[in-house]
Design a protein around this ligand. Structure first.
Ligand SMILES: Nc1ncnc2c1ncn2[C@@H]1O[C@H](COP(=O)(O)OP(=O)(O)OP(=O)(O)O)[C@@H](O)[C@H]1O
Ligand SMILES: [Zn+2]
Length: 784
């Protein structure tokens, strides 16, 4: 009950009471009768001057209507009333009888009782109202109100409310496929029960924020046409102990009454964190709530038609008991979309909006790597807002382009006035990045370079991969280091001293090279060893830095190797710029003139730049000599060699005969039994976080540790920017997948250039590189 409602209710009660009181006063006939002494009244009775008598026994009062008026206080009255003492009512009665008048005995309740009710009850009502009101406020005005402690906060959305369908969810085909089964369970439970299949009770959706988990859950309800209860994990845990548990009970009760239905628990990690975890002892209330949740999930049968869906960003911190079969045994990863997914999501959100026909949504999908569905939705919306602001009625390609930059780097800083010299430094800095990237053999071409200030950045150069990548070779990482150092090298080469503008480049380069050494084992000197262990914070559930598990001697070696890598990159960048000094000048001049250069402008200017040879300084194999035998060819490569079409065209699907029900598909329920109750894909490192494209503000995850995916945290962001600034979009990346992990919602990416592990040019291993996009992704992924 909110305050407004409470006030309204109070007002209604007050008005009713007032009305009753007024009515009783009006109705009170006493007002007509003139009060007289008892003796006067008795005299009238004995004189038989009475037309009618009314005896109010309870009030000990007689009311007389006289035949002839008597004088009372100097006025003639025909209606008089008098009190009489108790004990004489019999006498009064007899007198009335003998007077010959009509008489009536009245036991009046109204007036007296109503008055006492008002006198006693009204203050109580007011006090209670005040008490409720205060309690309500103390409780923060929770929907339940003071009497609703245990009442579930889940608001039931009416059956037709989730109008969302699977068509509204793009780029999450695997998840949709899995969830379609759930929809089928809800719609045709009998078919599954006939086969003795147990319908899963719980489905856990996990993945980075904004990937459409809530959207998917709603879509299941929308498709199945069942009610959708939603509650956030944190709603369970409230100020009164024991409330959470009763909330759970209540929620399930409500759901069972309305089955089939879906309960959606958002942010389940708020209640579902491992019991006993946390500093300073566990959280009793939370644990009780969790226990109740576990009990309830066990409690309802397979046939009750209630399916609990939950979403979390942190499956790894969930209590194992939640994930065991019979509870959330279905775990569906929802990851950031791949390139095709991004295009599809953009298309979904562009639907119904007046997009200019020449706007390149496909290109937009390509240049937004690492963005989540929510980010992409935001891009389209920003573009619409920009268009509206300019009073145009068609969303153009430029508006979309600008919207992407806005979403990544913040609004453009038009008002900033910088000196001509500073502009020149920025232009050379960005040209340095661009030229360095262009000359490196393993980098994607620069998509765009600008010296326009945006958000905190002074400008940026942006490399956009042709395709999403999940693996990065040492050469690519080195190339990124070279690109990162390009800006700094340009400043030194041209202006003979560095500026503060390179700080974020340096920061980024350090992260890349440190990750190369301590995480990816890319330094021959230190070997393929993981140095330092990431630590999770039991409270925040976030990485909290790493613990040192190596000797200080090794630490010194790591530092030396990290510096070595950066030094090598720096030297390389310097050499590139020095060799192409004239091109650098032309590029900087063009940038100063046009402020933003796109790929085609760059192609013209950088046409004559020769690619550098691979950096071989770090290729040390020791006694392990790489084999000279080349790897086998993939079916795709062979097909292309034979001049055949690849992938082969799928045969036209034969239309299903109408009227015949489809053969029930046995639900592959235990297809992926979770191991040790832990989510299989549960390593949080598997997602590619949006910070791939640069965490516009920080460039890198704050804790220096990737939250979702190793390569992304340290993943080199290819965008290089200027001035105290952070990298913007870059080459974000898809998180590297752990061996055995299934690509979460992502189709395998092909690798445009052959990845290089630092082995001689033509070396490769069986099964590598992976096929061109084929449908057999399980085989490819499964084994590694
Ligand atoms: N795959 C997608 N297809 C279409 N739209 C999407 C997709 N993913 C996200 N969106 C858009 O982003 C919005 C936010 O998504 P949603 O709330 O479902 O994310 P979430 O995964 O639940 O995030 P969180 O973990 O932060 O709760 C959606 O309303 C939708 O507009
Ligand atoms: Zn820079």
């Amino acid at each position: 009950m909110n305050r407004k409602k409470l006030f309204r209710n109070l007002a209604i009660v007050a008005v009713i009471l007032l009305a009753l009181w007024g009515w009783s006063v009006l109705r009170n006939p006493d007002s007509e009768y003139k009060g007289v002494d008892t003796s006067v009244a008795m005299t009238q009775l004995t004189d038989k001057n009475v037309k009618s008598v009314q005896i109010d026994d309870r009030e000990q009062r007689v009311r007389l209507e006289l035949k002839k008026p008597v004088k009372v206080d100097d006025s003639d009255q025909t209606k008089i009333t008098a009190q009489y003492p108790s004990g004489v009512s019999a006498k009064v009665f007899t007198a009335a009888q003998q007077s010959g008048a009509t008489y009536q005995t009245n036991i009046t309740k109204d007036s007296g009782i109503w008055q006492s009710i008002l006198i006693f009850v009204l203050p109580m009502v007011i006090l209670f109202a005040l008490f409720f009101f205060l309690m309500n406020r103390v409780q923060g005005g929770g929907r339940g109100g003071v009497m609703g402690f245990g009442k579930s906060k889940a608001k039931q959305l009416s059956k037709d409310m989730p109008k969302t369908t699977f068509a509204d969810v793009a780029g999450a085909d695997e998840a949709v496929e899995e969830l379609d089964e759930i929809r089928d369970f809800l719609q045709n439970p009998a078919r599954y029960q006939a086969l003795g299949a147990k319908i899963p009770k719980g489905v856990l959706l996990y993945g980075p924020p904004g990937t459409g988990k809530t959207l998917l859950a709603r879509a299941v309800a929308g498709e199945a046409g069942v009610p959708f209860y939603t509650i956030s994990g944190s709603d369970f845990v409230e100020m009164f102990v024991g409330v959470g548990a009763s909330r759970v009970r209540d929620l399930f009760e409500q759901a069972k009454e309305n089955s089939p239905c879906i309960i959606f628990v958002d942010e389940i990690d708020a209640v579902g964190r491992q019991r006993g975890a946390g500093m300073g002892g566990g959280h009793d209330e939370r644990e009780q709530t969790l226990n109740q949740l576990l009990v309830e999930m066990d409690g309802f049968g397979d046939r009750s038609g209630v399916i609990v869906m939950a979403a979390t960003n942190r499956p790894d911190i969930l209590d194992p008991a939640l994930l065991r079969p019979g509870r959330f045994d279905r775990q569906i990863p929802v990851s950031n979309p791949d390139i095709a997914g991004r295009r599809a999501i953009l298309a979904v959100h562009a639907k119904g909006k007046p997009i200019a026909p020449d706007a390149d949504l496909d290109g937009l999908g390509k240049r937004t790597p690492g963005m989540s569905g929510a980010d992409l939705a935001n891009v389209i919306n920003e573009a619409a807002l920009l268009t509206a602001r300019e009073h145009k009625n068609v969303i153009t390609g430029e508006a979309l382009e600008e919207a992407v930059d806005r979403v990544i780097g913040g609004p453009r800083r038009k008002s900033r006035i910088i000196s001509e010299h500073e502009k020149k430094v920025v232009a050379y800095h960005e040209s340095g990045h661009t030229l360095a990237a262009w000359a490196m053999p393993d980098l994607d071409p620069i998509y765009k370079v600008t010296i326009l200030a945006r958000g905190k950045t002074g400008g940026h150069a942006l490399a956009v991969p042709e395709q999403d990548k999940e693996l990065m070779t040492r050469s690519e990482m080195l190339a990124r280091l070279v690109m990162a150092m390009g800006g700094r090298a340009a400043e030194e080469l041209v202006f003979h001293e560095p500026t503060t503008g390179a700080s974020s480049d340096i920061d980024q380069a350090t992260k890349i090279s440190r990750a190369m050494v301590t995480e990816y084992g890319m330094s021959a000197k230190l070997g393929a060893v993981r140095y330092g262990q990431e630590q999770g914070d039991p409270f925040l559930g976030r990485g909290m830095g790493s613990s040192v598990d190596y000797s200080s001697g090794v630490a010194a070696e790591i530092d030396a190797e990290v510096r070595d890598l950066i030094e090598a990159a720096h030297t390389e960048a310097w050499a590139i710029l020095n060799d192409n000094r004239d091109v650098l000048d032309v590029l900087a001049g063009a940038l100063l003139e046009k402020e933003t250069l796109l790929r085609k402008d760059l192609e013209e200017i950088l046409d004559g730049v020769v690619k550098r040879p691979r950096i071989t300084k770090f290729d040390v194999f020791g006694d392990r000599t790489p084999s000279t035998k080349p790897p086998i060819k993939t079916p795709g490569e062979l097909a292309v060699e034979r001049g055949e079409e690849w992938p082969p065209k799928a045969p036209e699907p034969t239309p299903e005969p109408v009227g015949v029900p489809p053969v029930p598909q046995f639900p592959p329920m235990y297809q992926q039994p979770p191991q040790n109750g832990l989510p299989q894909y549960g390593q949080p490192q598997q997602y590619a976080p949006p910070n791939g494209y640069g965490q516009p503000q920080y460039g890198q995850p704050q804790y220096g540790q990737p939250q979702y995916g190793p390569p992304t945290g340290q993943q080199p962001v290819a965008g290089q920017q200027h001035t105290g600034q952070q990298p913007a979009v870059g080459h974000p990346g898809q998180g590297y997948l752990y061996p055995g992990a299934q690509a979460p919602g992502a189709a395998p990416q092909t690798h445009g250039t052959r990845p290089d592990y630092g082995a001689p040019r033509d070396w490769s291993a069986p099964g590598w590189p992976p096929d061109e996009p084929s449908d057999d992704r399980s085989g490819e992924r499964g084994e590694r």
